[in-house]
Write a protein that binds this ligand. Sequence first.
Ligand code: GLC
Length: 549
Amino acid sequence: MANKWWQETVVYQIYPRSFMDSGGDGIGDLKGVTQRLEYLHELGVGAIWMNPICDSPNDDNGYDIRDYTRIMREYGSMDDFDALVEKAHALGIRVVMDMVINHTSDEHAWFVESRGGKDSPKHDFYIWRDGTGSGPPNNWGSFFSPSAWKYDEQRGQYYLHLFSEKQPDLNWESPALRGEIYDMMNWWRQKGVDGFRLDAINAIKKPKGLPDSKEKPTYALGTTLDPALYMNNPGLEGFFREMNRRVFSKGDMLTVGECSQTTPAHAAKYASLKGDMLSMLIHFDAVSLRDKWSVKAMRKVQQRWYDDTWGIAWAAQYLSNHDQPRQVSIYGDDGKYHQASAKLLATMLHTLPGTPFVYQGEELGMTNIRMRRVNDYQDISAHNDYHRMRGTGHSRRKAMAWLNRYGRDNARTPMQWDNTANAGFTTGAPWLKVNPNYQRINAAQQIGDPDSVFNYYRKLIALRKQHSVMIYGDYADISPGQKNVYMYTRSDDTQTWMVVLNFSGKRTVVRVASDIDLSRVVLTNDAKAAHTAGRIVCPPWYAAIFKVR
Ligand code: GLC
C-alpha cells in the first residue's frame, strides 16, 4: 500500500468543551477552536480530532448524541462549523469528527420512536429484551452504572446501555439502522470532514445470545462489568468492511477506531494496511499500564505490537486523551522534573512506530488537578467510580485519591492559554475548575520561550515532516540492562536514529559501542549532557535522539 497522509501526520485532539470559550458562557465552542487554529498551525499538527460536537443533552459530554446533523447549542452553529473547517483547510489542517455510533442519547428521535412500541418501524434500532423473573435480561454491568439494562415503562422491556442509562446501545443487526448511520456519515464526509474517530467501535457487535458474564461481580448489586465480553465479537469485521465500502472508501479518510480490549491480532484485521476496514486503531495496551508502569512493561507492549503488526496494520501512539489522566503526572514527574519529563514523553511518542496523537495541553505539559470533593468532578464516570469504590468497601479518602490520580476530569480542565483570569479560557465561570498552576504553565509563556515544552513539541513535529525514518523506519529495542532506560533505533535504507530515554530522576550512565558518534544529536531535552566515546551520560529524565548512521 502506498504511504498515506494519516501515517505521516500528527493528530491533535481537541476537547471542545475545554479548549476555548469565545462566548463567555464558561463552555468552549467552535468559534473558540477557530480562533486558536493559528496556534495549532504554529505547533505544526496536520489534523485535529474534535470530541463530539453534535447536539446532545450532555449526560456524557457529547458522547450521547441527540441529533447527528445539528451542532450542540453550547458549541455554536453549523455556520461556525463550516467556518472552522474552511479555515483549518486553508491552514493545511485536516478535520476529524468523533463518531459515536455504538449508542445515541435516549433523547434521539430514533429512541423516542423505538420505545414507542414493537410496531414502530424503528422498533429494532436498539437492543430490547424482556427481563428474567423480576430482574434484567442478564448480569452485565455498564461502564457508568451497576447494571447495563434499564427497564422502560413505555415499551415494557429493558434496553441495553453499556454506558449511561442515557446512552442506549444501537442494534447493529438492523440493516435499516446501519443504512441510516452510513447515510449520516456520508453527509458529514460531503461537508468536508477528513476522517472519523469511531467511538467504542469494537462494541457495536454484541455476543450472540447476550450470555451472562462468568467473571466475578464488579458491583455490590452482583452485576459484572466485563468489557472482554462486549468487544471484538464475531461478525464485527463484516460491519467494518461494510462501513468501509459504503462510506470510507469514497474519500481519502483517516478512520481511527477506539478499540479497548484489542490485541495485535485484532488490529491486523481491523486496521489492515490493505485498507478494507479502518485506517488505524487506538488500542489500550500502553495506557493500561498506567497503574503498573515500568519501562520493561512498556517495551514489551511496543515489541509485541511491532512484531505482530509492522507492515501489516497501523495504530495511534498516545498516552493521553480525554479519558486518561495527564501523562506527565502518571508516567513523568510533574514536580521537580516537569519540563524534562514532559519532553521525554513527547520524544517517545513521536519516535515510536505509529501516528502520534497529542491531547490538548499536553504540548504545554499540563498536569493532573487536585479536587477536594467528589462534587468538584463533573464527569459521570467519576461519580460512578466513586460510588462503586465506596459500595465495595473503600474509604472516602481512598476513592478520592484514586480519582485525583486517574479520574477523566484531570484531562478535561480548561486549556491554559495565559496567566490572566481562568487561564484565558473564558471570561465567564468555567464549567470545570481551572488548574491553579496555569500561572506557571500556559501557552503564552511557552510560545516565547525557546526551551519550553511547546517549542520542543514544535521541533518534534517539524522533524517528523522532514525525516521519514521517524515514520517508516524499522524499530529495534536496544535497551541496556538498567531498568529505567528505554533505548531503541529506527532505521531505513539511508539512516539510523537512536532514541535514549531515561525514565528516572537519577543520573544514569549507559554504555554503547564506542564507534558511535555521540555528537550528532538530532534533538534533546538537555543539551548540556556531556558524553564520551561509548558512554552516554543521562541526566535525570534525559531524552535524546542521535543520528548514528
Ligand atoms: C469512549 C469515549 C468516552 C465515552 C465513552 C462512551 O470511551 O472516549 O469518553 O464516555 O466512549 O461514549
